[in-house]
Design a protein around this ligand. Structure first.
Ligand code: NAP
Length: 748
């Protein structure tokens, strides 16, 4: 019980909404007295018998006498008469609020009947309900974790709004404020229109049903779609009448959409049909993500609300990994992120349909996918890693309706800056809070030299604004700092530029863009540290099996190396020479890794990796291999902990500014498991030994969590790993794959 917020609260109309409001207030002690005014004696008796209110009367003026708050919960068509009826009993300073589903008509009625109380009017609408009505259905917790929209007018006293907000909050609701007209429009589109369609569809079919009882053959989809046609007809009658303007507007908008759908069916226009449905799919996934307050990934990789909520629960999970075990069988790890991004970009700009398999359904690559959908590209999927991109050609992108949102993906933003510099339309690129702090000028500068009109904020951070219609000129770019993203952005802009664009890098960086351009039939020349291409060519669609990510494979390479008796096959792993440092380092430590069946996938080299357990020895890691294995060091550190002798790493200061200070966080974890180590500014010394059980703080760093899951294979006690949620964003399905291969991992 809390201290009462009010002395007397009166509810007029003691049905589901009013009864639940009264019951919630009584149960929580939010008012000293709760009184009901309702028409029928039966309702009043029931309300008293159920203990929902303290007093009840059919005289509305009497009911509201001396009340601090009056809550109207009668049908919206009865609001005007009800306001007239309460008028004689209202005290000065009363706050009048309501729960009606339409707001404009209630405000109009109040202006007409109670002009002197207009500053005390706080219109509201709880977004909660049941298919049952009447006081019998009242529930003191109906509003818990539901939204309530308040629509104060410009005359409403803010103090009154504040008090009603506090009351709903105390009832467990989340309170939003909105303009009444906006409320009626939004609700017409998202609630009133779907109800109208459900009523109409069921009625239309029921009227056809004289010869065959069609409902006998209807499946679950029909039941789901028409569930809301079971709602109370009287209430919906009122809503359609009282909000008729907004409902008609929504209906007209829908009719236009339906006509387009019809036309696509008439013409057998597959592309248009797919465009409509894939847009709807992704919009619904986005809606589910919002309503579950979860990340984009979880929403798009699950297909219904129940699996969504399971996914959301697991977001905060920890792992407990039991000691021992060996890795065996075949593990197909998640697709390579860099290649997943580029498969969408190049597929969209190609001519023809690109079929992609093994696409990484992580948040970052999904941000790229959504951006191209927003620019009119039809993309089917992703479904179990399969995506079909209907390419529009180099000049077929359409202006997006609003800015492109890149989430947390720096790769998407930087590469798109290059590609979009040369389009005919203006575009704004935005991202989440963390992306909004990252520097973009390194990319913008060379693009401006090529003729692009790009602006960033005063700090050189997003939002990035690009003006369209600029003609680009090829250039010879000498990169001051080695960066695969800058190189890629310049080369992508070069596709549209006049003449030759070439980039020279001071040190080797990942070359996925060049390789994949070649895979899509675009010729890129390489001469030492310089690569160049001629603008004005064409990309041709191709089928592409995204290689399994070598960084994700690294955990399994290490796990199978350290766990005795292991024999594991990792099929179709990308072995781009700019990424294979981890294999070289593990081999130097004595790992038994064989590279089998080497082949090409869309310009990228791939192979099957077979790894067997081996006796590892400590080494001094050659510095030239450091940049080629930068993301894999957490896993390599676990290998070092299991090796005989000491392993020394220098030249890896970059590890300190990754998702966490990876050197320190790994060192703390190793110490927690009893492994001796010494941290340097730019590296670490690790003395191999017996790994003990213990607790690891991963600090939300996915690679650290996955590395220690493998360490448990050689531990003498359970390893508990905290803060593992982010694993889902970089390596969806890691826990299941690890379990399948032999790691005894349990999500807590
Ligand atoms: P309900 O359970 O049917 O209750 C409505 C109450 O209003 C009844 O108790 C009835 O009182 C009274 N009433 C009916 N016609 C009246 C009239 N002509 N004059 C005076 N009183 C009358 O309906 P509800 O679901 O609580 O809905 C109440 C309000 O909440 C409506 O404005 C509705 O739009 C809004 N709302 C409903 C939902 C929902 O899902 N149900 C959700 C959000 C908002 P007696 O029993 O004494 O006759």
């Amino acid at each position: 019980m809390t201290a009462p917020l009010f002395d007397k609260v009166t509810v007029i109309g003691l049905g589901l909404i009013g009864g639940s409001f009264a019951a919630g207030i009584k149960q929580r002690g939010l008012a000293s007295k709760v009184v009901a005014g309702s028409r029928s004696a039966r309702t009043l008796e029931k309300g008293l018998a159920l203990g929902v209110v303290d007093e009840a009367t059919s005289d509305f003026a009497d009911a509201v006498r001396n009340a601090d708050v009056v809550f109207l919960s009668v049908p919206v068509s009865a609001m005007a008469a009800t306001l007239e009826a309460i008028k004689p009993g209202l005290k000065k300073g009363v706050i009048i609020t309501d729960g009606g589903s339409v707001k404009g008509s209630v405000i109009d009625a109040a202006k007409a009947s109670l002009p002197e109380f207009i500053s005390r009017l706080v219109p509201g609408h709880p977004i909660a309900g049941k298919e049952k009505s009447g006081v019998e259905a009242a529930d003191a917790n109906l509003y818990v974790q539901h939204r309530v929209i308040l629509t104060p007018t410009n005359k409403t006293d803010p103090a009154a709004t504040q008090k009603i907000r506090a009351l709903w909050t105390a009832l467990g609701a989340e309170v939003l404020e909105m303009d009444a007209q906006e409320h009626d429009r939004v609700l017409a589109e998202t609630s009133h229109l779907p109800h109208l369609l459900a009523f109409s569809l069921v009625d239309t079919l029921a009227r056809q049903g004289d010869s065959v009882d069609i409902f006998r053959y209807a499946a679950g989809g029909f039941r789901d779609f028409t569930r809301i046609a079971s709602s109370e007809p009287g209430m919906w009658h009122d809503i359609f009448k009282e909000n008729s303007d907004a409902v008609l507007q929504a209906l007209d908008m829908f009719s236009d959409g339906l006509a387009q759908f019809r036309e696509a069916v008439v013409k057998g226009d597959s592309e248009k049909l797919l465009a409509i449905m894939t847009r709807a799919n992704s919009a619904r996934a986005h809606f589910l993500a919002l309503s579950a307050r979860s990340s984009f990934t979880r929403a798009t990789t699950t297909t219904d609300e129940s699996s969504m909520s399971k996914a959301v629960q697991s977001a905060s999970a920890q792992w407990q990994v039991m000691p021992g075990g060996k890795l065996s069988g075949r593990v197909r790890v998640a697709g390579d992120k860099s290649i997943s991004h580029r498969s969408i970009m190049l597929g969209a700009l190609a001519e023809g349909v690109t079929e992609i398999e093994g696409f990484l359904e992580g948040e970052d690559a999904l941000a790229t996918l959504q951006a191209f959908r927003d620019m009119g590209v039809v993309i089917e999927g992703p479904s179990a890693g399969k995506v079909r991109v209907h390419g529009v050609g180099l000049h077929g992108l359409k202006p997006p309706a609003r800015g492109l949102y890149m989430g947390n993906s720096g790769t998407s933003m930087r590469l798109l800056m290059g590609l979009l510099s040369a389009q005919a339309f203006d575009v704004e690129l935005t991202g989440d809070e963390s992306l909004t702090r990252r520097p973009m000028e390194r990319v913008a500068k060379p693009l401006r030299e090529m003729g692009a009109a790009i602006s960033t904020t005063g700090n050189g951070t997003p939002p990035v604004n690009i003006r369209g219609g600029k003609s680009m000129k090829g250039m010879q770019y000498q990169m001051p700092v080695a960066s695969a993203q800058v190189k890629s952005a310049v080369l992508l802009a070069g596709l549209y530029a006049e003449g030759i664009t070439s980039v020279t890098e001071p040190a080797p960086t990942r070359d996925h863009t060049e390789r994949m351009l070649t895979g899509f039939g675009y010729s890129v020349a390489r001469d030492g540290a310089t690569c160049s291409l001629q603008g004005g060519g064409k990309l041709m669609a191709c089928n592409l099996e995204v290689p399994a990510d070598i960084s994700s494979s690294a955990f399994f390479l290490v796990g199978a190396s350290i766990a005795q008796g292991s024999d594991l096959l990792l099929p179709h792993v990308g072995i781009n020479p700019t990424r294979t440092g981890v294999i070289d380092i593990l081999k130097l430590m004595g790992a038994d890794i064989s590279i089998e069946n080497e082949r090409d996938a869309g310009g990228e080299p791939v192979a099957d990796l077979r790894v067997k357990s081996a006796k590892l020895k400590g080494i001094v890691i050659p510095e030239h291999l450091v940049p080629l294995a930068i993301d894999e060091f957490p896993a390599i550190f676990v290998a070092a902990a299991c090796a005989e002798g000491e392993t020394i790493l220098h030249g890896a200061e970059e590890l300190r500014v990754k998702e966490s200070d990876r050197i320190q966080v790994m060192a703390d974890g190793l110490t927690a498991l009893g492994i001796d180590n010494e941290v340097y500014d730019d590296g670490i010394r690790i003395q191999g030994g017996q790994i003990h059980g213990g607790e690891i703080q991963s600090h939300g760093d996915h690679r650290i969590a996955m590395s220690f899951a493998m360490a448990a294979l050689r531990a003498d006690g359970p390893v508990v790993i905290h803060d593992t949620a982010n694993v889902a964003t970089s390596f969806p399905g890691f826990a299941e794959l690890a379990r399948g291969a032999g790691v005894q991992l349990e999500s807590l």
